[in-house]
Design a protein around this ligand. Structure first.
Ligand SMILES: [Zn+2]
Length: 874
């Protein structure tokens, strides 16, 4: 990382030359090493820092370490990735501790429940690596840390760490991403490692190794638990109750090293004791880096606000959760802009040094960390973070409410379930409720997830407004809203009394709701994500369904528009029995209809009911669209709704046979240049022939340009700007203008074509156009996530329908922080648009409804656009 050679660099060079005793390069710290513990070289054939160790090599080495030191290790598989790769953690401690590991774990569980322990517990330091698969050095650092703790005979600190603490190493949180990176890297390399950042070995193809199989950022998934890697990890961490959790990442290669204390803003749900502990750990890291003359920074860029990161989620459980960041060589050697070279070994060394320093901080202060953790959990259990109860209504979006309850339970949160009618805090819940008490050990996570708003610190906000006033970018790192109730589309109220119920288990199946046998038909009311899943699975099994865009009432109950009816006559008894089975598997609601007679609204034979068939769905894939958006759209359609999609590479769309598809999804992105004129023509022809185009976010621009756009909306410049001023021909000489104040000066230098200020991310209210089938399920409006700079003009009535539009300015914000100009400009602007073109339909979402898969409340809107629309336009 500097111009001088470090010991590690020399060792690496020696190993790369191949001739000089690679056996010496065992660790990054000199000393005596136990020959009974196998080196990385001995097991996988390369010395530490000289190659990017692959997932398979990582597994081989973990197993070799565990086999060589059974008295000091436990190797546990905690999850399997989408692509079938195992995820392991390795427990390390002294033999006496490993021998009583279960007793230690049990005592930690007692402490975590808010009760006093019996003195058996030891503090657990949890070190997690490579959650972003292309942040490569950290996995190798994990292996070196494990080796060093087991083999270093002349490092007293290593012995103390094993004696006083338990270290859990999770070396590979995203094996699919790392495998993708390593494969791409190897495929691009030549006879020498290339330092040029432009070289293919540093420049990953789409999708990058950062993300997992469904292209999720696993460091945003901790409270959503949408991915198997995260679900396994959260369950594992809950079993161990660590006092310190470190998530080791990489950042841009021109950067140095970052460790805590983190940057502002901090979540208001952190405690003063936690903030003091960050300082302590920071000083241990600083001392270790200072001793090596290694540069680092703290308190900048990486904040502690959004609770879905590895650092904050664990901090909200009472651990000291940190992010560490190493400048990435993104390969074996990287030429920095300052003229120095960063090697892979440099990165591995730094993460290794920080891992050991952090574990040492806990080993030197085991009682302090344990008692802080115990005090945190017991104070919360006693009501330190509130004594109220969040009540989730099971009468609205029942399936999503049930799922939300299980997701909270999976995070160690106590959720009580009350079946049947009840009244709490003067509000009646005829369908029952879920109750989440504030007084519980995980209270601060509960508050962060269920409070409507988590306020940003006022001084931080004031500074951001000051920065904006002088045209500097704001410093918010992620979204400012994540309230899980509105995101799931469910109703959450905070009540000041207790509410009883049976404890809900995370793995409890959702019970189906059925009534009658349905001699005439079975109706699936269009009310929540489970209903959309049932309809999709039924269509996939060949059932015949009919969907209505009008509400109706029959047999004494009402059915919302969007309801799908499966007639017994056209399906036959076998398929109807299969429908009942699927409803049980999904936990969906079905209503038997004994007759075609309705009390109001359309009958089944009305033209307001159309035959619903399973659509064939293609999604634009690869360069030109965002991997996160393509991945989460595919995930929501396939994994939640149950609808398979076919990815087609964006550059192929110009010559693809789109007649095989009913829907083409174009995720968030900037596809115009990759599509080219040929692609644009092919998509227009697809729509004219009767296809449904669904475009998301900034991708709308690709279809809203020119004289005859597929979607007649335009992107807006920032409020108070005049884009026509920006590029007009103004003649040779400029008009003379006297500038007499700061305000006039700012006006004179204003970028007239500037886009609206970037919205970091807030939950906003949208209202519906009640007669359009695309808004079925949203008669009460919806809460959406808006981020970025895109604001579109509304469609005029002659061209199309603004199916869902943002609420008036005063009603706009559901949760989070929104710049005031954004709030005023977004009011009444379209969120979901539809325009007929030829025999087809163009649907636009101004913002991605599938982001991070955490807006389950928008699943019906996605299903309306993808599952239902093709049958409607036919
Ligand atoms: Zn990262």
């Amino acid at each position: 990382m500097r111009n001088g050679f470090t010991g590690a660099c020399l060792l690496m060079l020696a190993a790369m030359l191949g001739a000089l005793a690679p056996a010496r390069a065992q660790s990054f710290i000199e000393g005596r090493f136990d020959p009974a513990i196998p080196t990385l070289t001995a097991v996988v054939g390369h010395a530490p820092g000289t190659r990017i160790t692959s997932p398979d090599q990582t597994y081989a080495y973990l197993k070799a370490l565990a086999e060589a030191a059974p008295d000091r290790t436990r190797l546990v598989q905690y999850a399997t990735s989408w692509e079938g790769r195992p995820l392991y953690y390795l427990v390390l401690s002294a033999p006496a501790n490993i021998a009583r590991l279960e007793a230690i774990r049990a005592d930690l569980a007692t402490i975590a429940s808010g009760r006093p322990g019996n003195g058996t517990a030891l503090p657990v330091t949890w070190l997690a690596y490579s959650v972003h698969g292309n942040e490569i050095s950290s996995t190798d650092a994990a292996l070196m840390t494990a080796y060093h703790l087991l083999a270093a005979q002349s490092d007293e600190r290593a012995a103390k760490i094993l004696t006083n603490t338990i270290v859990v190493i999770d070396p590979l949180q995203n094996p699919d991403g790392r495998a993708r990176f390593v494969n791409n890297f190897l495929a691009a390399t030549g006879i020498v490692p290339d330092a040029d950042r432009q070289a293919a070995e540093h420049d990953e193809p789409w999708p990058s190794g950062r993300v997992n199989h469904y292209m999720f950022d696993l460091n945003r998934d901790w409270f959503t638990l949408s991915q198997p890697e995260t679900r396994g990890k959260v369950a594992a961490i809950r079993q161990w109750n660590p006092v310190v959790v470190v998530d080791l990442h990489e950042m841009g290669g021109d950067e140095t090293y970052f460790f805590s204390p983190a940057a502002q803003p901090f979540s208001p749900n952190l405690t003063p004791a936690q903030i003091r502990a960050y300082e302590l750990i920071g000083r241990y890291n600083a001392a270790a880096f200072d001793a090596r003359g290694e540069p680092y920074f703290t308190r900048e860029t990486f904040d502690l606000f959004y609770p879905g990161y590895g650092d904050t989620w664990n901090a909200h459980q009472g651990a000291i959760g940190s992010t560490y960041e190493q400048g990435s060589a993104r390969g074996l050697v990287f030429a920095r802009r300052d003229g120095t070279e960063l090697t892979y070994a440099d990165g591995v060394t730094n993460h290794f040094i920080a891992s050991l320093a952090t574990a040492a901080a806990v080993a030197d202060n085991p009682q302090r960390f344990l008692s802080d953790f115990a005090a945190y959990r017991s104070a919360n259990a006693a009501g330190a973070a509130g004594r109220g109860t969040y009540v989730i209504d099971l009468g609205k979006r029942r399936w999503n409410a049930e799922r939300l309850g299980r997701r909270l339970a999976a995070q160690g949160i106590t959720v009580l379930r009350r079946e049947g009618g009840a009244t709490v805090c003067g509000k009646s819940y005829p369908a029952g409720y879920l109750a989440v008490p504030q007084a519980q050990p995980a209270a601060r996570l509960v508050r962060s997830l269920l409070d409507r708003d988590t306020p940003l610190p006022p001084d931080f906000l004031a500074e951001q407004e000051r920065r904006r006033s002088v045209d500097l970018p704001h410093e918010l790192y992620d979204v400012t809203a994540w309230s899980v109730g509105p995101m799931a589309g469910v109703d959450v109220s905070l009540c000041n009394a207790a509410a009883g119920g049976e404890p809900l288990a995370a793995e409890a199946p959702i019970a189906a709701r059925t009534s009658g046998s349905g001699s005439f038909a079975v109706a699936v009311p269009w009310t929540d994500s489970g209903q959309a899943r049932l309809v999709t699975l039924a269509l996939r099994e060949g059932l015949e369904g009919r969907v209505t865009d009008r509400a109706f009432a029959a047999g004494g109950r009402s059915f919302p528009r969007g309801t799908v009816v499966f007639p017994a006559g056209s399906n036959g008894p076998e398929k109807m029995a299969r429908l009942a089975e699927l409803a049980r598997e999904v936990g969906a609601e079905t209503v038997a209809m004994e007759s075609g007679w309705v009390d109001s609204g359309p009958n089944l034979g009305s033209e307001r009911f159309v035959r619903l068939t399973l659509p064939r769905v293609a999604v634009a894939w690869d360069e030109g669209v965002s991997q996160l958006s393509a991945g989460s759209l595919r995930y929501v359609l396939e994994q939640r709704i149950g609808l398979p999609v076919t990815p087609i590479r964006t550059r192929r769309l110009a010559r693809a046979d789109l007649s095989k598809y009913d829907v083409l999804l174009v995720p968030e992105g900037n596809p115009a240049s990759v599509l080219g004129e040929g692609g644009a023509r092919a998509i227009r022809a697809f729509v004219q022939r009767g296809g449904v185009l669904v475009a998301v976010g900034e991708s709308l621009e690709a279809f809203s340009r020119g004289d005859n756009p597929l979607l007649a909306v335009r992107r807006e410049a920032a409020l108070g700007r005049d884009p026509s001023e920006a590029d007009g021909d103004k003649g040779e000489l400029a008009e003379a203008v006297a500038i007499t104040s700061d305000a006039e000066y700012r006006e004179a230098i204003k970028d007239q074509a500037a886009l609206p200020d970037t919205l970091p991310g807030a939950l906003l209210n949208v209202v519906n156009e009640p007669d359009h089938f695309l808004s079925a399920g949203y008669d009460d409006g919806a809460v959406v996530l808006a981020t970025g700079t895109q604001i579109f003009t509304p469609l005029d009535r002659a061209r199309g329908v603004n199916v869902m539009r943002f609420a008036a300015a005063r009603d706009l914000i559901a949760s989070g922080y929104v710049w005031d100009e954004n709030r005023r400009q977004l009011a009444y602007k379209p969120y979901l648009m539809a325009q007929q073109q030829g025999r087809g339909l163009v649907i636009g979402f101004a913002h991605d409804p599938s982001t991070r898969a955490y807006l389950e409340g928008l699943d019906l809107m996605i299903a309306n656009a993808v599952l239902v629309a093709p049958s409607r336009v036919r």
